[in-house]
Design a protein around this ligand. Structure first.
Ligand SMILES: Cc1ncc(COP(=O)(O)O)c(C=O)c1O
Length: 397
């Protein structure tokens, strides 16, 4: 089982896979083979019936639906970063599918969050009769083996929930807590410290970090679950691609500095917008007056109502690189992306480039005035200037 090594996050990102450096290349090679030669030494051949495929030596591979060098390297680094055994999948949703296949709950307590996760739950409802309960369901509605799926911070607003409280609720009934920590990758949040049983990520976001790969990740601190997940994945077949894992390793090297910068810039932008919304009787034409004329509300963990002690403990290094705003009018929300230069109008998040999404484009359930913003690596003052210019155009000030 991967252990916290005492090394810092970036050092782990750069060195957790040193043991896999079996060639002299400094940059890891890309392996595209789907199949791998057995040993030339007849005495070293282990027939399938005697082989424990789950006891994977990350330098030995047979067939890439079982394991392959790229995904194994990616998982080796992530195991060190997530403080649990990490398994990679073809997407975030296939990771959630694998988690629910492992736990096979009768009931799942879940909030609004990412709409796609509800699609996976609907598939399970069809196949197993899985029942959905609200996130704030009565504790007595949960039974042994049920699941709470907690997304924190939650998509699309970026508001955070208290992991410890949900862990306690689940465990008091013999249920399990899955935390979807996509919006708070290392070094922002470690859900295991607060009682999560399984940690899930859409690796498409910050692990990939460059809007060019799709993947999902599950991490567990239970050896038996890690083995079962590994076996299940062989037969579900939802492995991460070779090319994606190579890109993923390249991206993990810079995870901490990317996420830290993106999260810091987000908090600055949110504080600027929220401060302006709070200003009393701002002068005509001032930034505050312009912002008040076009913006209804700002959502982010850094300005959420519930700022209890738990929040600072859970997210000691920052509150995540995604936030949302509601515009005063739907028409402004429709037009805002086309008035911006540094925010591309697209769904998804977590890349080095800033994105903005009129969220109703991909999520039927949200307020049609809602914009989701994924802050990239641009200088935050430039992002601020870009937003302010567009807001001034709307306000005519
Ligand atoms: C919080 C969250 N979980 C899961 C997913 C699904 O991930 P993927 O698109 O990699 O399947 C997303 C995608 O946006 C997400 O935002």
């Amino acid at each position: 089982m991967a252990q916290s090594t005492g090394m810092g996050t970036s050092t782990r990102s750069l060195h957790a896979d040193d043991v896999l450096n079996v060639v002299a290349d400094v940059a890891p090679p890309m392996h595209l083979s789907t199949t791998f030669r057995y040993s030339d030494d007849p005495s070293a051949l282990v027939p399938a019936a005697e082989n424990d495929f789950t006891n994977v030596d990350p330098t030995t591979h047979y067939y890439s639906r079982v394991s392959a060098p790229g995904p194994s390297r990616f998982e080796t680094i992530l195991s060190a970063l997530l403080n649990g055994k990490a398994l990679s999948y073809s997407s975030g949703l296939s990771a959630l599918h694998a988690a629910l296949t492992l736990l096979n709950p009768r009931r799942i307590s879940v909030g609004d969050g990412y709409h796609g996760s509800h699609g996976v739950i609907a598939l399970f409802n069809r196949v197993t009769g899985l029942q959905k309960l609200p996130l704030n369901c009565d504790v007595d509605d949960l039974q042994k083996g049920d699941v709470i799926l907690l997304e924190t911070p939650v998509n699309p607003t970026g508001i955070a929930f208290d992991i410890s409280a949900f862990a306690e609720k689940a465990h008091s009934r013999g249920a399990y807590l899955i935390v979807d920590s996509t919006f708070a990758p290392p070094n922002l949040q470690d859900p295991f410290l607060f009682g999560a049983d399984l940690v899930m990520h859409s690796g498409t976001k910050y692990f990939g970090g460059h809007s060019d790969l799709l993947c999902g990740v599950l991490a567990t601190q239970r050896e038996d679950w890690a083995k079962q997940l590994f076996t299940d994945r062989i037969f579900i077949g939802s492995v991460m691609g070779n090319m994606e894992s190579w890109l993923g390793v390249r991206s993990l090297r810079t995870l901490e500095i990317r996420v830290q910068r993106q999260s810091d810039s987000t908090t600055r932008l949110v504080s600027w917008l929220n401060g302006a919304l709070q200003a009393v009787a701002p002068a005509q034409g001032s930034e505050e007056a312009v912002i008040q004329a076009v913006l209804q509300q700002v959502f982010h963990a850094s300005v959420q109502e519930d700022q209890g002690e738990w929040l600072k403990k859970q997210m000691p290094n920052g509150f995540g690189p995604v936030f949302s705003i509601t515009m005063k009018e739907e028409q402004m929300a429709r037009e805002l992306p086309s008035r911006l230069h540094f925010f591309q109008h697209a769904t998804s998040l977590g890349g080095v480039e800033s994105l903005i999404e009129w969220r109703t484009m991909s999520d039927e359930s949200v307020d049609r005035r809602l914009m989701r913003i994924s802050v990239g690596l641009e200088n935050w003052e430039d992002l601020k200037g870009d937003l302010l210019k567009a807001f001034r155009e709307f306000a005519g000030q």
